[in-house]
Design a protein around this ligand. Sequence first.
Ligand code: HCI
Length: 352
Amino acid sequence: MSIDKVIGEWDGQLSCSRYDEASGAFFTIALHSLRLGPAAGGTRAMQYVGHDTAVDDATRLAGAMTLKMAIAGLPMGGGKSVIALPAPRHVLTEGQWQRILEIHAENLRALNGSYWTGPDVGTASVDMDVLHAAGGYAFGRSEEAGGPGSSAPETAHGVHVAIHASIREAGFDDLSGRRVLVQGLGAVGYDVAARVAAEGAHVIATDVDPIRCERARTELDAEIVAPRDVLSTPSDVFVPCATGNVVDDAVAGTLPTQVVAGAANNLLARATAADALARRGVVLAPDFVANGGGAIHLVGREVLGWSADQVAAHVEGIEGTLKEVFDLARSERISTEHAARRLASERLRIHV
Ligand code: HCI
């Protein structure tokens, strides 16, 4: 999204950007909504083809965080930081990365608590330790540093709950012998794959990293498919746990599956793709509902003072939320995406 698009299309509250000449990194922080509380959402650090695409990612992801917080009943707004790196993360020296974190902490301090960050693609709990120590507003510090640690296990827990709610909506009760296609075997995707394998599912998996694929093959007896074949591989349940923008209108018209429930943020390229899925009878668990476990973990532990057990109980609540979404979609004859946005917007009392 260029600045012109931020002006013309974005409905968020504040977007701010900064270029740091010394590191070559471009920082952008989007605060989509502070209606329910301070804006919160992770810091994504990766390379982008241009600064406009970094702003586009931050603004879109911040909007998704607003919906995620609202539908999970959490007292926070939606925000997101993007750091467009001058080189791939693994190529940066420790010195370069620490400089980038220093600048990011300065940005967070400037926002003075109206935005709280956390781990996302390219950042981890150890980075939150650094940001916190530098006075930045960061959730998800490591347990060694007194934080609640990674949100990946609770994100995976929530996706697993969402898969079960969705298969029931699609008319099957368990995963025994079902083909479950997991796209992306990172901390969340691998955990979900292990959970469904333990229930007797036939796991089909893909990742750009061959080492992760090999691990899934040997440990989970997974069938491995090439990343380029994912969208044409037949499955009963498709579990996207990699990048966003996977399902556009064309893909939605052909994706050979019965259920879509995963962790990827902004799975749909456009909300209209949900209509195409609905027309074909494919049950979609909207991403901002299915992947809410991470936010429930971070905000639950850090803001609301919940125990790990209380967090787990709230993550189980994703089942009831999805049931409401499915019921509304069925009775109003709208897509599940549309239904979930309507439920979230009722909490926000705005029209989306
Ligand atoms: C996510 O769900 O994508 C991130 C969760 C999160 C929640 C609050 C602050 C940072 C990250």
